[in-house]
Design a protein around this ligand. Structure first.
Ligand SMILES: NC(=O)c1ccc[n+]([C@@H]2O[C@H](COP(=O)([O-])OP(=O)(O)OC[C@H]3O[C@@H](n4cnc5c(N)ncnc54)[C@H](OP(=O)(O)O)[C@@H]3O)[C@@H](O)[C@H]2O)c1
Length: 216
C-alpha cells in the first residue's frame, strides 16, 4: 500500500486526497492549524485517510504533495521531506504571495525556489493548470480519444515518471515540460494555464511552445 503525504488541505490538497483514495492510496494530510481542524475532511475521506502535522505527513508519505503557496522563507519540513519526491502544486500569485524579484526577472521559476528550499528532495511541479474541481470532471480512462493532458516539470526523471503514473491513474495524459527552469511555460497567464485541463497532449505541447515571458 502506497501512502501519499499531503501538506495543504485546501481546495487542491483536499481534492487530490479524494482522487488518491479513489485510486487506492492511503493519505496522511496536514494543514497549518493542526490535525484536529481536519476532522470533517478525514471523516469524509474515510478509513484510508488520517490527519497529522505537516512534519508527520511528510514522514509518512512514500512521496509527498505540497499544496501550499510558496513562501520566501521555507515553511515546509525539509528534514522530513529529504530523499523523497515532492509534488508541488504551487502557482505564484503576486497579489497573494507578494513580489518575488528573481521570478519576476525571469532568473528562476518559483519551482526552482521550492527545489532550493528542499535541496535533499526531488521536486516536481504538477497539477498546477487544472482547477481543483475539474480533477474528477476532466478525468478519462487511458486510451480515450482526446484525453486531457497535464504538464510536469522536474530536474529528476524519476519524479517525472512518478507524476506520469499518478496522472494516468487520476485520468490524464502527461506532457513532460522539464527541467524546473522551463516550468514558467505552464505558469499563470500562459496559454497552457488559461486552457486549464481542456487540452489534449498535442494542444498542451503547442501551448507550452507558445509561452512568452510576461511582464510582472
Ligand atoms: N485552487 C485551485 O484550483 C488550484 C489549482 C492549481 C494550483 N493551485 C495552487 O496550489 C496551491 C494551493 O492552492 P489551494 O487553492 O488549495 O489553497 P487553499 O485552499 O488556500 O489551501 C492552502 C492550504 O495550505 C495550508 N497551509 C498553509 N501554510 C501551511 C503550512 N505552513 N503548513 C501546512 N499547511 C499549510 C492551509 O492550511 P490552513 O487552512 O490551516 O492555514 C490550507 O489547507 C496554491 O499555490 C495555488 O495557487 C490552486
Amino acid at each position: 500500500m502506497t501512502t501519499i503525504g499531503i501538506i495543504g488541505a485546501g481546495e487542491v490538497g483536499g481534492q487530490l486526497a479524494r482522487a488518491a483514495i479513489k485510486c487506492g492510496y492511503e493519505v496522511v494530510i496536514a494543514n497549518s492549524r493542526g490535525p484536529e481542524s481536519l476532522r470533517a475532511l478525514v471523516t469524509e475521506l474515510g478509513p484510508k485517510a488520517r490527519a497529522e502535522t505537516a512534519e508527520k505527513a511528510a514522514e509518512a508519505g512514500d512521496f509527498v504533495i505540497i499544496a501550499v503557496p510558496l513562501k520566501l522563507v521555507n515553511n515546509m519540513p525539509a528534514d522530513a521531506l529529504a530523499g523523497k519526491i515532492v509534488i508541488d502544486t504551487n502557482n505564484y500569485m503576486p497579489w497573494r504571495d507578494g513580489q518575488y524579484d528573481v521570478v519576476d526577472a525571469g532568473e528562476k521559476t518559483e519551482h526552482e525556489l521550492r527545489q532550493e528550499q528542499l535541496p535533499r528532495s526531488k521536486v516536481a511541479k504538477a497539477f498546477t493548470h487544472i482547477q481543483a474541481p475539474r480533477l474528477f470532471l476532466s478525468a478519462r480512462p487511458a486510451g480515450t480519444p482526446d484525453r486531457h493532458a497535464l504538464s510536469v516539470s522536474s530536474n529528476f526523471p524519476e519524479a517525472v515518471e512518478l507524476v506520469t503514473r499518478l496522472y494516468d491513474q487520476f485520468g490524464f495524459d502527461t506532457v513532460d515540460n522539464s527541467p524546473l527552469s522551463e516550468s514558467w511555460r505552464s505558469g499563470p497567464g500562459q496559454p497552457a494555464w488559461h486552457a486549464h485541463a481542456h487540452q489534449t497532449r498535442e494542444q498542451l505541447v503547442a501551448n507550452l511552445n507558445a509561452a512568452r515571458r510576461l511582464p510582472r
